[in-house]
Design a protein around this ligand. Structure first.
Ligand code: GAR
Length: 217
């Protein structure tokens, strides 16, 4: 049985599209049962609808700071859709600790940095200001702290001296689109094991590859 996944978005939804694409494969262990946006103008909504995925808008603005009230509506929609897992794809709204606890171990997020470095806003600007030579993306389980939680998968890219936040973002997003579907595959097929703050992937070896920047002579 495929696991039922809801994707939560606030914007263009390119990670959402990567997950929807991956889930089209007959042997993918998850199906996308809904895309839920907290903004009616999220570009991803059209993309999801074009792929035949049911979309729901729950405008968060009218709820103001009442996060629990927003989440009550969200939870109702998740229940209606029979969602078992949640993937956040650029969902720019914080959750209460209660909601996160309820979904602990069943809710993934992707962030465009090698966490725990550079959580929060402007991760690419943060990376460039720190002068790191490698950056990347992280899929992790969601905990109450923003852009933190047991790390499921990471992918790295090199950072060039003349990178701007935009050029770095363009390199990182291609990695995001590769690792998010794989992380969901692992979760949905029951191959992730949480051990405290750590997440282990059963039956997956590490490739042993290295990435060096600037290049070795
Ligand atoms: C992605 O780069 C994602 O990693 C980031 O928002 C972007 C959404 O793009 N998420 C965060 O920064 C979470 N803190 P998308 O809508 O095209 O997937």
């Amino acid at each position: 049985m495929k696991r039922r996944v809801a994707i939560l978005i606030s914007g263009r939804g390119s990670n959402m599209a990567a997950l929807i694409d991956a889930a089209k494969a007959p042997d993918f262990p998850a199906e996308i049962v809904a895309v839920i946006s907290n903004r009616a103008d999220a570009g991803g909504l059209e993309k999801a609808a074009a792929s035949g995925i049911p979309t729901v808008v729950i405008e968060s603005k009218p709820f103001g700071k009442d996060r629990a009230a927003f989440e009550a509506v969200l939870q109702r929609v998740l229940d209606e859709k029979g969602a078992e897992l949640i993937c956040l794809g650029g969902f720019m709204r914080l959750f209460t600790a209660e909601f996160v606890q309820r979904w602990y171990g069943r809710m993934l997020n992707i962030h465009p940095s090698l966490l725990p470095s550079f959580p929060g806003l402007d991760p690419h600007g943060q990376a460039l200001r720190a002068g790191v030579k490698l950056s990347g993306a992280t899929v992790h389980f969601v905990i109450p702290e923003t852009d933190a939680g047991p790390i499921v998968m990471q992918g790295a890219v090199t950072v060039a001296d003349d990178d701007t936040p935009d050029t770095l973002a363009a390199r990182v997003i291609t990695i995001e689109h590769r690792i998010y579907p794989e992380a969901l595959r692992l979760l949905a097929s029951g191959r992730l094991k949480l051990e405290g703050d750590l997440c282990k992937a059963l039956g997956r070896a590490v490739s042993g590859g290295t990435l060096v920047a600037p290049t070795l002579k």
